[in-house]
Design a protein around this ligand. Structure first.
Ligand SMILES: Nc1ncnc2c1ncn2[C@@H]1O[C@H](COP(=O)(O)OP(=O)(O)OP(=O)(O)O)[C@@H](O)[C@H]1O
Ligand SMILES: [Mg+2]
Length: 244
């Protein structure tokens, strides 16, 4: 089982767009895939047109009683654990004891899924810390700007401080605009760093339009540059063994 957190402390860098399109790329290639929407804003759930059914509290989540809340999407091999408003307070209850239970959640799902992807909320919180240190891979979208690079550097320091294996980091450039000098220069100077994947995701209107289509780009625009880029990103993530 591959557990993957799509994470950056910076907001609006493309975490949810990545989680949605990677989960689809994984499922279409035959992996039983679960996307867990860990952001109380519920954007990933919105894109997949899935919402919580009945009462779903953070307590249930922490106790591992969430199986019945997992719902199928309209796509084969792809299920979703929708976000709940109460997740916004998950941090307050993720003490050491609950944190331990939380890390056991992944193990419980390992028989049912080949791939589990977590769409993380922005910010550095106890929830993010637990996810980052527990999962097998952390995929980090980085817009080629100073602040996004800074967020990545902070994350590297966090990995070192907590003794988390840097090899599980896979950063990639997100929303790249070739006509922006800063984007081009930043990509050029950082792309050789081991932490970065070779694939980047350009700034493309098809991705933005997911808010309207509410479909992964491979469904709304099959064969489009956006669809091809996300599939390539998925394949590179799967192949990748070493990084930073
Ligand atoms: N490659 C792209 N090209 C164009 N627009 C994009 C691209 N990736 C993401 N966007 C748009 O940028 C906005 C932010 O993207 P997204 O919601 O995926 O980021 P996020 O990191 O999950 O944000 P948050 O931190 O708020 O959860 C959205 O409007 C999305 O449609
Ligand atoms: Mg998001």
């Amino acid at each position: 089982m591959k557990s993957i957190a799509v994470y950056s402390s910076k907001g609006g860098v493309g975490k949810t767009s990545t989680s949605v399109n990677l989960s689809y790329a994984s499922a279409i290639r035959g992996n039983r895939t679960l996307l867990c929407d860990m952001d109380a804003q519920g954007a990933a759930s919105f894109y997949y047109k899935v919402s919580t059914q009945g009462k779903f509290t953070k307590k249930q989540l922490l106790k591992g009683k969430f199986q019945k809340h997992i719902q199928p999407t309209t796509y084969p091999n792809l299920d979703l654990l929708p976000a709940h408003f109460s997740f916004r307070n998950l941090d307050l209850v993720l003490g050491d004891e609950n944190g331990h239970e939380f890390t056991q959640l992944l193990a419980k799902l390992s028989n049912e899924y080949d791939v589990i992807i977590f769409d993380c909320p922005p910010g550095m919180s106890t929830l993010s810390e637990k996810l980052i240190t527990t999962v097998q891979k952390v995929v980090i979208p980085v817009i080629p700007t100073t602040l996004s690079i800074r967020a990545l550097a902070q994350l590297v320091r966090f990995f070192d401080k907590t003794g988390t294996d840097r090899k599980k980091m896979s950063a990639f450039f997100s929303m790249v605009e070739r006509r922006k000098k800063m984007h081009v220069e930043t990509v050029m100077s950082y792309r050789k760093k081991k932490v970065f994947l070779k694939t980047h995701i350009p700034y493309l209107a098809d991705v933005e339009k997911m808010g309207i289509t509410r479909q992964p780009v491979a469904v709304s625009n099959p064969g489009s540059p956006a669809s091809v880029a996300y599939d390539r990103l998925w394949m590179e993530c799967c192949k990748r063994k070493h990084s930073a």
